[in-house]
Design a protein around this ligand. Structure first.
Ligand code: C5P
Length: 422
């Protein structure tokens, strides 16, 4: 995600720079200088293997601070200064395959991996590895796990490696690394002051006390949006249909079952909200009557259910809204953009997130998705396949841009976005 605004978000920020044992460790020296030049305070943590490539002294001289390498000999005065809880962002560059594995699994057998578990800030990981390791299924799996958790993993670049082979494995260039740090810091609290009302999951429309009509929605996209908005400083209320997901921390959760209950919960909180995102897959029809007792199959040879439309929550919210930005979702199986733009207009929305639920690797239940965000000012942003948590951040960035009066243009995700497709 490259921000159009060139403002320097690094000034005065605390960056924890982790260096692991790759030949590219020498590039972290230049990165440290670049971060310092932008006004950041940088604390360096090296793994034991990293110190075989570059001495801690090199980083110490340039950072002006003691370099941490040892889990058991942290100086008292350093502890709080370097504590990962105090860092604004943690950057691991270069990150070896070994480090990715430890990070993905939560192993904490040295200082850097332990700090990673304690970190509550955005984490950026820039892998570098030789010999085609980057495409090994184990490495791919670990990278996917980290990305699903919201860690920004920057794809290494293709080119000549230390071994002389040409392959994807070179540490991403410094400019892209700085861009990623800048983005992480700029977006970290850009939703502060916003009141975000998100709906998620399916609804269940009762046929009788034990049976219902529902759909395949897992709720993952809506939960990811709630989590991302909270992480960026917003107050968030999540109105959710029945899902198997854990409640996102720091978010007020309102559990509902039917479309009517969801409509009531959303309408009640509309006045409070500044942004409303309807990510829920609301049932379009419900049984006209729900039986008070379980229907017995012995009573009949066939069963005809009469269905009636549920309230269209977005249309109701659109009619009642005052200052709110209203965002809908369009889960489509064909004519994606055509259907989505019609919904954008018909439901009086500010933006719509269109996604093709039949596409490979995305859609209902999946941990990842691709989407096109259409906004009322004619802007179109295509976002390539990525973990739903990262997609949530991209969607929030688009909504924020619209809210803050960003310029209208057509933007197709660049190579960077496509490159992250897994
Ligand atoms: O019209 P359609 O259901 O395809 O539109 C999808 C969008 O409308 C989603 O954002 C969904 O949450 C919302 N919706 C709604 N009320 C309904 C059905 C869908 O707000 N009854």
């Amino acid at each position: 995600m490259t921000l159009a605004d060139p403002v320097n978000c690094l000034q005065g920020k605390h960056i924890l720079l982790g260096v692991t044992g790759s030949i590219a460790a020498y590039k972290a020296v230049s990165l440290l200088r670049a971060l310092k030049a932008r006004g950041a305070f940088v604390s360096v943590v090296m793994t034991a293997h990293a110190t075989e490539f570059v001495t801690p002294l090199t980083f110490e001289v340039l950072s002006g601070e003691r370099v941490l390498t040892d889990l058991f000999h942290m100086h008292e005065e350093m502890k709080h200064l370097h504590a990962p809880e105090n860092a604004d962002v943690m950057v691991i560059a270069p990150a070896t395959a070994n480090f990715l594995a430890k990070a993905a699994l939560g192993l904490a057998d040295d200082l850097l991996s332990t700090m990673l578990l304690a970190a509550r800030c955005p984490i950026i990981v820039a892998p570098a590895m030789d010999g085609g390791m980057w495409t090994h299924p184990t490495v791919v799996e670990h990278v996917n796990r980290l990305r699903a958790r919201g860690v920004v993993v920057l794809d290494p670049e293709e080119g000549p490696l230390a071994s002389g082979r040409i392959a994807q494995g070179r540490l991403v260039c410094e400019e892209k690394l700085l861009d990623a740090v800048q983005s992480a810091l700029c977006v970290h609290s850009d939703w502060e002051g916003e009141h975000v009302l998100v709906s998620a999951g399916p609804t269940q429309e009762a046929i009788d006390p034990v049976r219902f009509i529902s759909n395949r929605s897992s709720g993952k996209m809506g939960y990811a949006l709630a989590e991302a908005a909270r992480a960026r400083g917003a107050s968030v209320v999540l109105v959710t249909g029945p899902t198997a997901l854990a409640r996102p921390s720091g978010v007020e959760v309102v559990s509902v079952t039917s479309a009517q209950e969801m409509a009531d919960a959303m309408c009640q909180r509309l006045e409070w909200a500044t942004v409303v995102i309807m990510a829920a897959a609301v049932a379009d029809f419900c049984p006209k009557e729900s039986a008070s007792q379980k229907l017995k199959k012995s009573d009949r040879s066939s069963l005809v259910l009469e269905l009636v439309p549920t309230p269209d929550i977005l249309t109701i919210l659109s009619a009642q809204k005052t200052k709110q930005i209203l965002v809908g979702f369009a889960a489509e199986t064909e004519h994606l953009l055509e259907h989505a733009s019609r919904k954008l207009a018909d439901k009086g929305l500010d933006a719509i997130v269109a996604n093709d639920v039949t596409q490979q690797g995305g859609g209902f239940g999946s941990d990842q998705n691709a989407a096109v965000v259409l906004t009322r000012d004619g802007r179109r942003r295509e976002i390539g396949l990525m973990p739903k948590r990262r997609l949530a951040d991209e969607i929030l960035t688009e909504i924020k841009r619209l809210k803050d009066g960003g310029c209208a243009s057509t933007v197709i995700a660049g190579e960077e976005d496509r490159g992250n497709a897994q």
